[in-house]
Structure formats: C-alpha cells, structure tokens
Design a protein around this ligand. Sequence first.
Ligand SMILES: [Fe+2]
Length: 477
Amino acid sequence: MTNHFKQNFVTQKAEVHLPDVPLTGTIPDWLNGTLIRCGPGQFEQAHASYKHWFDGLSMPHRYTFNNGRLSFQNRFLQSQAYLKDNATGTINYRGVFVDPRRTFWDKIKALFINDVTDNCNIQTVDDQGTIVIMTELPHMYQLDPISLQTVAKYEYDHKINATMQTAHPQIDPNKGNLIVNYMLKISLFNYYEVFNVRGRAYQRVSRVPVASPSYMHSFALTENYVILAEQPLKLPGYGRGVFALAFGNKPFLENFVWYGDQPTVFQVIDRNSGAVVTQAETDAFFVFHQLNAYEQNGEIFMDLAAYPNASVLPDFFLDRLRANTHIPHTPAQARRYRIPLGKPRRRIDGESLASINMELPRINYRYNTQPYRYGYGVSLYQDLPDFPNQLVKIDVVTGETAVWHHPMQYPSEPVFVPNPNATAEDDGIVLANVYDANTHASYLLVLDGQSFTQMARGDLNFRIPFDYHGWFYPGVV
Ligand SMILES: [Fe+2]
C-alpha cells in the first residue's frame, strides 16, 4: 500500500515565527503556557545522510497559548554538530545510528575526548526554571523557551563522565521537582549511576556495577525506588563490546546485541541507601517508555509500553520510512509488571493493560509515582499499521479505551495538560501535533481529556517533521 506519511520525513529547514496561529473551536480560559516539542528537522547533508530518524538535527518548536491566542515558533539547535556538519556538508560526530569514518588516530583521541554528537533532539526538562534540551548522549543545552535560541551548553556542577544518560529524567513532584536520572558509563569497569539534580547541583544516589550493560531509554520512579528495566539489548561482555565500541566502525547503538533468550531484569534501587534491594526477572521484552510506577501493599506496580524484541529500532531507518510502499510498523503493548518488594530474585509475568496497542505514553504528571488511572499515547490503526496514526486514552483500572482516529492524520505523542482547578485526574486537555497527509501540513490538536474528542485545532500552514516528545510549561508565555 502507498506510504502516506513519508513526505513528513523530508528535511524542513525553514525557521518560522507565527505570532497568530488561526484557531478553530474553543480552548479553556485557564490554558496559558508553552508546549515545547523536540524532534529532528534536517536529515541530510550535501554529502551524507543521518540514516535514522533518531539522528536528524534537532529542531525544537513551541506552541504558546497566551490569553486565548496561539503562537508558534521553530528554530534549529545551534549545536556543534549542527554548525560543523552544515559548514562541511558531512557528518562529523558519532550519533546513535550514524558514524563518521574515523581514522585510528580519531579513535585513540576519542578515548580521552568524547566525540559523540551534541545534537540534543529528544526532550526538554525544567531544572528549577532553566529549560534544558537533552539527548541520550552526555550533552545538554539551555534553551530560551520562547525564542528557542540556544543559550549555552548546560552542565551540572559535577562532571558526570557518562557514556550515555536518558533524555527522560523523572521529575519528583513530592520532592520540589527534584530531577532524578540515571547514566551508563562504559569503560574497563561499566556501571549504571542513579543521580539527583536540583539547579545544576548533582548528587550521586547509587552506582551499580554491570558486566554487560543494557541499553535503556528510560526508567521508572516511585516514592522510594528507582527501577531499571534491564533489557537484553546489551553490549557483549568480557570487554568485547567495550573494545568494539571504542575501535570498531559501528554506530553507537549497533554495538548492542539483542539476546532474546535472556530475561529482562528489573533492578529496584533504594533512593535513600542506593542499594539494589530487589530484583525480578521476566521473559525478554524491549521498552522505550514507561507510563508510571508506584508502590502499593508491598509491591511496585510498573507500567510501560513493551515490544516483544528490539526490532522496532530498525523500523526507524529513513530508507524504510521513506519507502514508496509502507512497511508495517511494530506495535507496542501497555503492560503492567508487579514486583514484590523485599523478596529474593524471582520470575514474574506482565499483564496487558488494554487491548489496543500504544506507544509514547503520557499521564497526568501530577500522578507521577502515585496510583493513577489514565494513560494517553499514540497507536497503530488496526487496518493500516504503517506509522502511529491514532491517539488513544486507556483506563489502566478497567482496560477501557477511547480512540481519536481520522484517515491520513498522523499524530505525535499526546501531552496531557491538567486543569489547574481539576476535580478529576482526566480533567484537562491533550495536545498533539498532527501531520495531515492530505494537505501536507501540520496542526496542533486540542482534545478534551475526559471525552477524548476535539475541542480546537490551530492550523500552521507549515510542516513539522515527525517529532518525539513534548513538555508543557504553565505560565511560560
Ligand atoms: Fe523517548
């Protein structure tokens, strides 16, 4: 079947400011603030391609609601990678799935000077009022949330010396919006390190040695614990993977190998003592994103979007995404794992939370680390599973679902914005970019959180290539 969405994997180099985006429908009068979304805008240089969706050059964009009016702006991140690659027409830094041809001397130098890309294109986080844009390689930039100008490189007061970190730090609403994250250090002695950050102040929580490190895109947080889902997409052990990463020619993530006969292991780390207090294992699965996690009656409830294996990663190579005939996309399942606390390592099984597939899950973040009821995400329409082409809301208690689907409409990750005076968890709105494959333009969709039906839309007359993640900053206008 025809590939309807491939035109939105074309480079979009224009930078625009639209002070008055035409809005149809009505938006709630409490809606004031800025949604910053992150994703790629440029996929090629004159002499090279970034090859994979995850490596496109970062083009953050924002929608601002200010007293009933909507404005839009996009601007490329002025990273070293953006500047040097565009100046030379080539790729100069190692990315997730792309690697410049490195000489032996380059590889020796890289042992001392990190040569990975600073193309921060995944997500923004609010560090006590400073907006920071992140990738999963160890570089960050401060952004101006309205002009989207690149302010400066962003660093913690302690050099983290990471090989990778996640671009999905957790924000703890019960601890003054403390940032919690983990990083992976690959060297002669590999380890995971869990840390807290508040206003650049870095505090190590735990360091867990690991022989064969797992690739983990995110992790889960409860009031007292960090949970790493250590999936069997691993760097080969006994130094082989470390050596290949340093001296081979494969891009970063292609050095990790899927060991489907090994379990996925949950490592439960005490946020106070830093000790691994519980481990549990289950059949291998692959995960990018968590919905939520919380403690209840001596168990951790951990909800995530699970794939049977890591085959979703090659789904996102640009040549596949741009094929004339679409190639079916791998669906993920919203799944719950219940990890018994304080017990010896044991096997557990997951349970499906809903009958519909779901990825890029979001919740009402006020319920982060707490019992909750609703998740929102993108999904694949059953008759055309080409690329996420519908939005879903799931009730994790009853398994009920609500769907927003219209042919030829390809929505982004939905961001839930709570009503400041909410009386119910789903009292709020849901914001998503939608690429309309009929008109070849994007619009901002505003859904009612409770009925999951359209309240309003803002038409851009502009196209935003498919992005990854967004965050809403109330009051930032
Ligand atoms: Fe992500």
